[in-house]
Design a protein. Structure first.
Length: 283
């Protein structure tokens, strides 16, 4: 896989180098089947497990990028988005000559399915409240984050995916966790992880936030609003995107708000024109 700089306004685009550079833009229109991971499909061409890379782009403020890949599945790496964030840091992120747009929520949009719930409400920044309730040993966890606080790289990106040892054979037979291994997944036994310590005491719910950010990237812009998710997963996340894109009265495209009043005059002058879009600096 290779990440390339892209022109302002071009968004996030996947390119299958093994299929004549066929391109699949990361938008809600191209969401394919959603089970244990999120996949994109256009004209029968698939890209699977997109959520961790998309999460890293949104979390670190990369608006425009081309993702070249020579097969259908993105690498699982260590099961988190940290390797991507570190790779961005190595090449740098460059500001571009165009203002960044957000998808500003104007009216609540809710999706409920039994005990599962996800919604987005109007509000400043990009706040996420996530509640999970899994069988032991995970149980109940809740976290609230605001991506505007620039904490993604340290607080969310390192959180790894997880799975139950008891489900392992079943999932493998279904072909759902082909890439999963003790190096790429927290494997849960009856009393806790069987492959080493957690990176955070609440690493599971943090990973759900990571996934959510990646899946909501398919709305095409970073959200400006407050997302509330309970017992959700990829299917609920992408259902919210679909509902949102269908309900044109629930949002508007807006420029990122100007800096707070205490900003220096120089900084103020810069932000009066809004926050710039960004692309990866290197090739
Ligand atoms: Zn994940």
């Amino acid at each position: 896989m290779r990440l390339l700089p892209a022109a302002a306004g071009s968004g996030i685009v996947f390119r299958r180098t093994d299929l004549d550079n066929f391109e699949i833009p990361a938008t809600g229109r191209n969401v394919a089947k959603v089970s244990y991971a999120t996949s994109l499909m256009r004209q029968g061409v698939l890209i699977s497990t997109t959520e961790h890379l998309l999460s890293a782009f949104i979390g670190m403020g990369v608006d425009n990028v081309i993702v070249e890949i020579d097969n259908l599945e993105l690498p699982i790496l260590d099961g988190s988005a940290l390797p991507y964030v570190e790779a961005f840091a190595r090449v740098g992120i460059r500001e571009q000559r165009r203002r960044r747009e957000t998808l500003r929520i104007l009216q609540p949009v809710e999706v409920r399915e039994g005990e599962k719930f996800i919604a987005v409400y109007p509000g400043g920044g990009y706040r996420i409240s996530y509640t999970i309730d899994f069988p032991a040993p995970i149980g109940h966890e809740r976290t609230c984050v605001d991506l505007a606080a620039e904490m993604y790289g340290t607080e969310i990106a390192p959180a790894r995916t997880f799975g139950y040892k008891a489900d392992e054979r079943k999932l493998r037979e279904m072909g759902l966790i082909r890439g999963a291994s003790p190096e790429s997944t927290i494997i849960l036994g009856e009393k806790g992880p069987v492959n080493g310590p957690l990176r955070f005491p609440d690493e599971y719910v943090r990973h759900k936030v990571l996934d959510l950010i990646g899946d909501l990237a398919l709305a095409g812009r970073r959200l400006e609003g407050h997302v509330v998710a309970m017992r959700a997963g990829h299917a609920m996340h992408t259902a919210l995107v679909a509902r949102l894109l269908k309900d044109r009265s629930a949002w508007e495209l807006a420029h990122v708000p100007v800096a707070p009043p205490e900003a220096t005059s120089e900084a103020q002058a810069e932000t009066d024109s809004g926050v710039a879009q960004a692309a990866l600096a290197g090739a």
